[in-house]
Structure formats: structure tokens, C-alpha cells
Write a protein that binds this ligand. Structure first.
Ligand SMILES: C[S@@+](CC[C@H](N)C(=O)[O-])C[C@H]1O[C@@H](n2cnc3c(N)ncnc32)[C@H](O)[C@@H]1O
Length: 239
């Protein structure tokens, strides 16, 4: 299946008002009401900043969504592609039972080391296996080890590789597994078939593969907030 958006493609659109301040303010309210500040998470983000990691972790309310999805799923085993400083990893790990496991894949050794510090600080190190290296190689290794099937797979690394990550996610899943892909809207550019951004083309091909895959049923949502205009895709493996 090929995504065809010629009719809905927005070209020469008038300048939109900048609503990012409003989105961030609403996110701050939602977080104050529903995701109260947690000293551990605050320290994790501070540690990431001290370590000069880019602030591209999920937002607190998005982390809580991942946590709730893992809980709803009754997840005991989770695979995360893209660790950074382990912020989303901690949200996911906190949804696991004491004998649960999350494997998280990270290319950058400095990110992985910072994540290990944060996971220890959060008291979840015993639940998490941080694997350093190119995710495609780590996925092949996991498959060769007979790892999985995972109950939940969160794809949040280099977007050009999303199509390959989705193929591995299917191999490492079972009927009932949930696959979540972050950052698939990319400021609306996902609807632009002419985008020359390899990340946009990566998420477009990712969505095409999901749409054409009979073993999953999926939806995607646009989101706005403190992290801008983006969104995620949710795919349930059915067969
Ligand atoms: C968006 S960040 C992950 C954010 C994290 N999930 C969170 O919300 O806290 C993406 C991470 O993927 C890592 N990454 C990028 N390309 C990778 C690759 N080919 N293999 C493994 N990790 C990769 C980056 O180094 C970065 O730390």
C-alpha cells in the first residue's frame, strides 16, 4: 500500500498562528493535575541536561500514557528501541511486575551510560537490560537469542530505520502484542509525499507497511503540547 496524499497535501498554506505557548501551558496544567511532579523523574531530566543529552525524551504526560498502555496491556516484557537517558524506559519499567523485563536499545554509549545512572536512581535497574549498539544489530542478536515475544514494543530511535524496526517488531511479537511508534506526524510533514527529509520518508514508509500488514490493526493520532506538533501510531498484532 502506498500513502497517497496528493489531494490533501497542503501547499502554500497561509502562516498559522504560533500556538506552541498555549500548547505548553495546557500541557503544564494537565501534568499538574494528572502527572504530579516526581522528584526522581525531575532528577532524571536534570541529569540528562547535565550530561548534555538532547531534550528529546517523551513529555511527562506522554510517558504516563506509555505507562498506562503497558499497564492496560498487562505487559511483562517490553522492548524499547531508542533509550536516550532512559526517561521513557523508567515510565515503562514502572508498569512492570517485579519479575518483568524491559530490553532497551541505544546506539550512543554516553546516552546508555546516562540511562544506566538514571535507571539506578529510579530503582528499576533490575528490570532493565540496556543494550548498546546499532539497534538493527541488537534486534538481530535478540532474535538469534530467542528473545521475545514482547508484550509491548516502543519504537523511538532514528526514524529512517522505522520500516526495518517494524519488521523486527513483528518478528519479536505475538498476537496481542502492542507496537507503538513515536514522532510519526512531524509537524504535519507526514502528509507531504514530496518531503526530502529522510525521517519523514521513514515514517511514511513505516505507516505504509503498517497499513498493508494484515497481521496488525492500527491507528495514529496527532498530538500537540510541550514537544510541539507530532503524534504516534498504535498497532495491535492480531495474528
Ligand atoms: C528520541 S531519543 C529516545 C527518547 C527516549 N525514548 C525517551 O523518550 O526518553 C532516540 C534515541 O535513539 C538513539 N538512536 C538513534 N539511532 C539509533 C540506532 N541506529 N540504534 C540505536 N539507537 C539509536 C539516539 O542516540 C537517541 O538516544
Amino acid at each position: 500500500m502506498t500513502l497517497s496524499n496528493e489531494s490533501s497535501e497542503v501547499r502554500n498554506e497561509p502562516a498559522r498562528p504560533d500556538l506552541s505557548g498555549k500548547w505548553s501551558h495546557v500541557d503544564a496544567c494537565l501534568n499538574e493535575w494528572l502527572v504530579p511532579a516526581d522528584p526522581v523523574m525531575t532528577e532524571v531530566l536534570a541529569n540528562n541536561a547535565r550530561a548534555a543529552l538532547p531534550p528529546i525524551d517523551v513529555a511527562p504526560n506522554q510517558g504516563k500514557l506509555l505507562h498506562l498502555l503497558a499497564k492496560i496491556q498487562g505487559a511483562r516484557s517490553i522492548l524499547e528501541i531508542g533509550t536516550l537517558g532512559g526517561y521513557s524506559t523508567i515510565w515503562l519499567a514502572r508498569a512492570l511486575p517485579e519479575d518483568g523485563k524491559i530490553v532497551t536499545l541505544e546506539y550512543d554509549p554516553h546516552h546508555a551510560e546516562t540511562a544506566r545512572q538514571n535507571l539506578s536512581q529510579a530503582g528499576v535497574s533490575h528490570l532493565v537490560d540496556v543494550r548498546v549498539g546499532e539497534a538493527l544489530g541488537s534486534l538481530e542478536q535478540l532474535y538469534a537469542e530467542g528473545a521475545g515475544p514482547f508484550d509491548l514494543i516502543f519504537i523511538d530511535a532514528d526514524k529512517p530505520n522505522n520500516p526495518e524496526y517494524f519488521k523486527w517488531a513483528l518478528k519479536l511479537s505475538r498476537p496481542g502484542s502492542l507496537i507503538i511508534g513515536d514522532n510519526v506526524i512531524r509537524d504535519g510533514e507526514v502528509a507531504n509525499p514530496h518531503s526530502e527529509d529522510p525521517r519523514v520518508q521513514g515514517v511514511r514508509t513505516f505507516l505504509e507497511l503498517i497499513a498493508a500488514e494484515p497481521r496488525v490493526t492500527a491507528t495514529a493520532l496527532q498530538t500537540v503540547g510541550s514537544k510541539g506538533y507530532d503524534g504516534f501510531v498504535l498497532a495491535l498484532v492480531t495474528a
